[in-house]
Ligand binder design. Structure first.
Ligand SMILES: *[C@@H]1O[C@H](CO)[C@@H](O)[C@H](O)[C@H]1NC(C)=O
Ligand SMILES: *[C@@H]1O[C@H](CO)[C@@H](O)[C@H](O)[C@H]1NC(C)=O
Ligand SMILES: *[C@@H]1O[C@H](CO)[C@@H](O)[C@H](O)[C@H]1NC(C)=O
Ligand SMILES: *[C@@H]1O[C@H](CO)[C@@H](O)[C@H](O)[C@H]1NC(C)=O
Length: 837
């Protein structure tokens, strides 16, 4: 399913021009390999001129370049806190004339969740480096309709020329200088009226999808001159939605004879046939679509032909991906955008859509003939029983908008799903033995949204709580996990913690509210995450939030979503903890089983009775939003708190705090193995210390070394989580919102401590510290508002649903009551079906 991102809003960070001597240490950063992508791949584009050159774009994790060995290399890891919205890639164009040129339209949201305008990122070295060109409007890489496309295209006859179709009614834009400057195409007036859900007050589903794709017909022109004929698909329903120009964009008209019932998702040219293939769906995607069509437009004869592969009751989905085989004119494939049950579907034709063969067919219900061999060897956790596949066996996928055939190799194909990227190298077998390989080929694509990380002193060095795909015990950092957390299997785990004295005892909290998950949403493991049990003390339907497990592992403190803070001992029913504010950051002491900590606004709280009651202790200065409380694993009462005003340290259980000098703002913090055996743990922080970055201190926050570099920005600092390894000095794990987990090891010499910072170190204070004052001119605004991209799920009953029809699911607005003889049965978060009673 899709990555939904928990973006705490962008931090508008002003660089602090103070003389703060923060030295830098070289770190070696690598992804912790999950190996299967882990999120939605809305776009894959092959360069038509250079063999083997291909790119994939993601909605919250940047873009990738394909390598010869089928692996992928990330291109946008340099995106730092100020450039976090670069990871939302709404469109990608690779230049057919000069294949070294690559363009990305980036920006995360067009609603308030992203305050920044979008930009075109221009590369002249196939993605090794980029130059940004700011656009005067927002771009929505993680907005509805992000799988339509591509919205950005390079003129194949004159590659100085690019067109970009904007969202939000901003229209069609053109560049004549390789993307350096852009101007609006005033002659193109139909900017798209379709809105997924006008009632969505968040602005997420209520914005216009706008222009969906731009497709040049290179056969209409000649090399060196602007291509005359260009097709543009627009998100309109019930009115013209495919437009054409025959004069390079001076004048436009609706293509005559088009069927405007559905939204055109893709317009793919088959140049030697002079045909435009168009897929349609009744929604913008990526989750929806219950009807659709496939048409071909014959340019020479100006005729449309309906070539939809299925009809009647077999047509219960829209269409997304369209691929043509440039080596074999007339060979094409289309993907069902969302065939939620029993599995995704892909169709292939070798006669220009006159006849089709499917990737699977019913032999006799419920037995399927699967015309493929499935392989998840590169990401064994994916599958056949992968999370959210209930009931059983979903392999082909969902949210299938990206579907491509290698223009130089008819056997090589790739497609994107909501969870991974599949493909193979034996596609021509479809036409002979009708049995092709479908293999997860997302190696190198790590696009998960990480919610929580722990590195206990025993067992696997890393365990994760992950958006959309649950979480993992990372037995190896370099090979993919064989399984995610199971029993319970949750789409999203929101946090994870371990017991300090019994570190194999681990607790997980679910964040299930996006997925209409019900039931107990805390789970416990006593074997380092290998197996789990639901915590039967949890009330049904209480979800999400943060968890803290007591030192001996018998007590769970749970900051829920919407039900305040709760506590339970020995898996008894959770009871409310009214003495701790419902937004508190929470932590357990790692030694004393009775002690828990909390922080909210400027107050620190202590519980000495196993979390039943909390008392306010010392002050966190002028803080308004504490982020994380971290406890020295071997010293009770030695606590660190990160807040919007810096980092605060207490050695007396929070009675008094030191505000660290020079740290003006901090998010995730962690303690790891000390530099010297027996020494104080190394402190890691995502913080603003003369600038936003990632830092380590070996002397309790007096001196800092910056550990990230220009190539590793980690995106939005406020969205990330950190844990540090208690076994390996210097090793830190950074969980990002969209680029998976990184681990870093110091590779360069540790710089000698400087005293510049320490000279202004503040003494103990319970109010605003001197250091805070010293940098009080910093103009930082931060919001800890957590935004999620959930699709609206307010079904409105509109009559009874026929047998085997859809009767529910996220975003479903149709009927929910089945005709007599059928019952609406939950299949997965996106799909419920009328099944014989
Ligand atoms: C347009 O498409 C719809 C849906 O596929 C179909 O029912 C209708 O007959 C089509 N209209 C024409 C004129 O072909
Ligand atoms: C395709 O090949 C796989 C692997 O050999 C096999 O399991 C499957 O049954 C084959 N499909 C059909 C329809 O024969
Ligand atoms: C939990 O949610 C489900 C689905 O919304 C509902 O049917 C059930 O009554 C809820 N249970 C409780 C205890 O609130
Ligand atoms: C744990 O903390 C409680 C509350 O401060 C205290 O009464 C108890 O003695 C402590 N336990 C140990 C083993 O130190």
């Amino acid at each position: 399913m899709d990555k939904f991102s928990f973006v705490r809003l962008a931090i508008l960070t002003a660089f602090v021009p103070i003389a703060l001597a923060v030295s830098t240490q070289q770190y070696n950063w690598k992804n912790v390999k999950i190996g299967g992508g882990g999120g939605f791949i809305p776009g894959i584009v092959f360069n038509p001129s250079q063999k083997g050159l291909a790119f994939a774009r993601t909605d919250i994790g940047g873009a990738y370049k394909l390598n010869a060995d089928d692996s992928w290399t990330p291109l946008l890891d340099f995106a730092d806190d100020a450039r976090w919205n670069y990871w939302g890639v709404d469109a990608l164009a690779t230049d057919p004339v000069e294949p070294n040129r690559l363009y990305l339209a980036t920006g995360m949201y067009t609603n308030s969740w992203d305050p920044n305008n979008g930009q075109i990122l221009i590369s002249t070295d196939t993605g090794a480096t980029f130059t940004p060109v700011k656009l005067p409007f927002k771009v929505g890489g993680n907005m509805p309709g992000r799988g339509m496309g591509e919205r950005l295209a390079v003129d194949p006859n004159n590659n100085k020329i690019l067109f970009f179709g904007a969202r939000s009614g901003n229209g069609l834009w053109k560049s004549t200088d390789y993307g350096s400057t852009w101007s609006k195409v005033s002659s193109f007036t139909n900017t798209g009226t379709y809105i997924a859900d006008p009632t969505d007050t968040s602005g997420y589903n209520s914005d216009k999808i706008g222009i969906a794709w731009v497709t040049f017909d290179q056969t209409s022109g000649k090399s060196g001159s602007a291509t005359p004929r260009i097709f543009v698909g627009v998100a309109n329903k019930g009115s013209s939605n495919i437009f054409v120009t025959n004069d390079g964009g001076s004048t436009w008209s609706a293509v005559a004879g088009q069927n405007t019932t559905y939204l055109p998702h893709k317009g793919v040219l088959s140049p030697s046939e002079k045909v435009l293939y168009v897929s349609y769906s009744d929604g913008a995607g990526p989750y929806d679509g219950t009807l659709g069509a496939v048409y071909k437009y014959n340019i020479a004869s100006s005729t449309w032909t309906d070539i939809t592969p299925v009809s009647g009751s077999d047509l219960y989905f829209g269409f997304g991906g369209v691929a043509v085989d440039l080596q074999k004119p007339g060979t094409l494939m289309v993907a069902a955008l969302n065939s939620w049950w029993p599995d995704g579907q892909i169709f292939r034709s070798t006669d220009s859509g006159a006849t089709w063969s499917p990737l699977w067919a019913w032999q006799s219900y419920p037995t399927m003939n699967k015309y493929y061999t499935y392989s998840d060897s590169l990401a064994p956790w994916l599958g056949p029983n992968y999370v959210d596949t209930t009931p059983g066996d979903k392999q082909i996928g969902w949210m299938m908008e990206a579907l491509v055939i290698d223009p130089f190799d008819s056997n090589h194909w790739l497609y994107g799903t909501g969870a991974t990227l599949y493909g193979g190298h034996d596609l021509l077998k479809w036409d002979t033995t009708h049995n092709v390989t479908i293999k997860s080929l997302a190696d190198g694509i790590e696009e998960t949204s990480i919610q929580g990380l722990i590195s206990p002193p025993t067992g696997p060095s890393l365990l994760s709580a992950v958006g959309d795909i649950g979480g993992f015990a990372h037995v190896s950092l370099t090979s993919p996990p064989t399984t995610g957390f199971t029993n319970p299997t949750w789409p999203t785990a929101s946090d994870i913690d371990f017991a300090g004295n019994k570190p194999t005892n681990i607790k997980l909290a679910n964040m299930g509210e996006c997925y209409s998950s019900t039931g107990k949403q805390v789970a416990l493991s006593t074997d380092s995450g290998a197996t789990w049990n639901q915590d039967y003390g949890a009330a049904d339907n209480t979800t999400g939030g943060k968890v803290a497990l007591s030192a001996d592992g018998d007590t769970v403190l749970w900051r829920t979503n919407g039900n305040g803070v709760m506590v339970s001992q020995y898996t008894n029913a959770f009871t409310a903890v009214p003495s701790l504010p419902s937004d508190a950051a929470i932590a357990s002491d790692k030694k004393n089983n009775s002690i828990f900590y909390g922080a909210s606004q400027s107050k620190f709280y202590l519980s000495t009775d196993g979390g039943k009651t909390f008392a306010a202790k010392g002050s966190l200065g002028s803080s308004t939003s504490p982020v994380k409380v971290v406890v020295n694993p071997s010293v009770t009462g030695d606590v660190w708190v990160s807040t919007d005003k810096g980092i605060f340290h207490s050695t007396d259980s929070g009675s008094t705090f030191n505000a660290l000098s020079g740290v003006t703002q901090a998010w995730a913090i962690a303690l790891g193995a000390p530099a010297k055996s027996g020494g104080y743990p190394a402190l890691f922080a995502a913080a603003n210390i003369g600038g936003v970055g990632y830092f380590r201190s070996d002397d309790q926050g007096v001196n800092w070394v910056k550990i990230n570099d220009a190539n590793h920005g980690f995106g939005s600092a406020s969205s990330n989580v950190i844990t540090a390894d208690p076994r390996i000095y210097g090793r830190v794990y950074i969980g990002t919102n969209g680029r998976g987990i990184f681990y870093g090891d110091a590779s360069g010499a540790s710089p000698a401590p400087t005293s510049t910072v320490s000279s202004t170190a503040s003494s103990s204070t319970t109010s605003k510290s001197s250091s805070t004052t010293a940098v009080s001119t910093t103009k930082t605004t931060s919001s800890t508002t957590t935004s999620k991209t959930t699709t609206s799920s307010s079904p409105t009953s509109t009559g009874t649903v026929a047998g085997y029809g859809q009767c529910g699911g996220m975003g479903w607005t149709g009927g929910t009551v089945c005709v007599a003889g059928f019952t609406c049965v939950y299949s997965n978060p996106y799909y419920s079906q009328c099944t014989p009673s």
